[in-house]
Design a binder for this molecule. Structure first.
Ligand SMILES: [Zn+2]
Length: 386
């Protein structure tokens, strides 16, 4: 193009009248040429180095890892393939990516143009980029994901307002720049007020599961037997539970891993985890800051194996199904909430109560009283709007 412009300038040099600077004359020729070029050819421009405070550049997203020369070769091919993959995104995602990165529109402008809330534009664009990254096998376990894993344990107690101030600051700083974690928070903040718990002197149990993130928040509230005695003992021990005290331990299977436990006021209950049998683990509290008559244990689990998951149907495109169950081993009001994609449509629940729409996620759920032997099960299927 530079060659073309210089040639044009050379040919037009006889018409050049010395009444302005030579530079502005040349720039006018260049600008006319480029305008013509872009109106003739509808060139798709991918802003590879465009950056702002909302997102890094698309290039940055796709190349956030340090690349070796070999990797760089493969990487360049990937970039040239981006266009093709964008065309395969769901309609809304494709539109947003086009507006955002081809037309350089701001989140706000896209929000107005598409009549979609700003937060949704932000997260939809984010998911589209994540999809592209996954497609191109760009390593997702980058620094950001490490940071997310650190923050996961606080998100439920942040959303329900029991978090301690220093942890609250951590969460708020992270979700400012992480739409994925912000989505979890937004969804939980909408979900929690709709959750139904048992009466105070009854046992209540819930599990909020995010299968795609292999993350589950559970809560159990129970009455502490011999509360006054327990309280006195814990005060004497200054919160440190002696090894021989075993009656406050709880179990979980090898399919998941307890990450953290918090009490009614968001204090972390320090736990010691040990293997009990080949398939079961026990978690024993070793430090309590405080003990309550009606004690909450808010647990955060990482699911090692998808104990609950959403599977894609082999027979029908866009049909997904999943199930989830628990047997608590105690009489309780039990509730399961399973996060499913917000785009999911035509949700059918076999053994459950309904669906709670929480903007960034939908939650299929079941709530009921169960006896010690009973198993509670939630089954659902849905069609994804593509
Ligand atoms: Zn995050």
């Amino acid at each position: 193009m530079l060659q073309e412009i210089m040639l044009k300038a050379y040919k037009a040099y006889d018409d050049y009248i010395e009444n302005g600077t030579f530079k502005s004359w040349l720039l006018r020729i260049a600008s006319n040429y480029l305008n013509n070029y872009y109106s003739r050819n509808s060139v798709e421009c991918l802003s590879l180095d465009y950056e702002d405070e909302e997102f890094n550049s698309l290039y940055g997203y796709l190349s956030s890892e340090e690349l070796s020369p070999e990797e760089k070769l493969i990487h360049d091919e990937l970039i040239s393939n981006v266009m093709l993959q964008i065309s395969k995104l769901p309609k809304k995602q494709r539109q947003m990516i086009t507006y955002r990165y081809f037309y350089d529109m701001s989140i706000e402008e896209i929000s107005t143009k598409m009549n979609i809330p700003k937060g949704t534009v932000k997260s939809t664009t984010y998911y589209a980029i994540e999809t592209l990254r996954k497609h191109f096998n760009v390593d997702l376990k980058g620094e950001k994901d490490m940071e997310c894993k650190e923050i996961y344990k606080y998100l439920f107690i942040y959303a329900n307002g029991t978090i301690q101030p220093d942890h609250k600051k951590l969460v708020e700083e992270h979700i400012k720049t992480c739409p994925k974690c912000n989505d979890i928070v937004v969804a939980l903040q909408k979900l929690i007020p709709t959750m139904v718990f048992a009466l105070e002197d009854e046992m209540t149990y819930f599990c909020v599961s995010f299968p795609e993130l292999q993350l589950a928040y559970t809560g159990i509230r129970y009455e502490v037997e011999n509360f006054e005695q327990c309280k006195k003992a814990i005060e004497e021990w200054k919160g440190h539970i002696p090894d021989e005290e075993n009656n406050m331990s709880s179990g979980f299977t090898k399919n998941c891993q307890l990450i953290a436990r918090f009490d009614n006021e968001g204090n972390e209950i320090k736990m010691k985890i040990y293997q009990e049998t080949e398939t079961h683990y026990r978690a024993k509290p070793i430090f309590y800051k405080k003990i309550f008559k009606y004690m909450w244990n808010y647990d955060v689990y990482e699911n090692k194996v998808a104990s609950s998951d959403i599977r894609k149907s082999k027979e029908a495109p866009n049909l997904y199904y999943g199930s989830y169950n628990n047997n608590l081993g105690a009489n309780a009001k039990s509730a399961l909430y399973q996060a499913i994609p917000k785009e999911a449509e035509n949700i059918r629940i076999k053994r459950g109560n309904g669906v709670i729409d929480c903007d960034t996620y939908k939650f299929a759920y079941v709530v009921r009283y169960v006896t010690e032997e009973e198993n509670i099960r939630l089954e659902f299927s849905f069609l994804l709007d593509k």
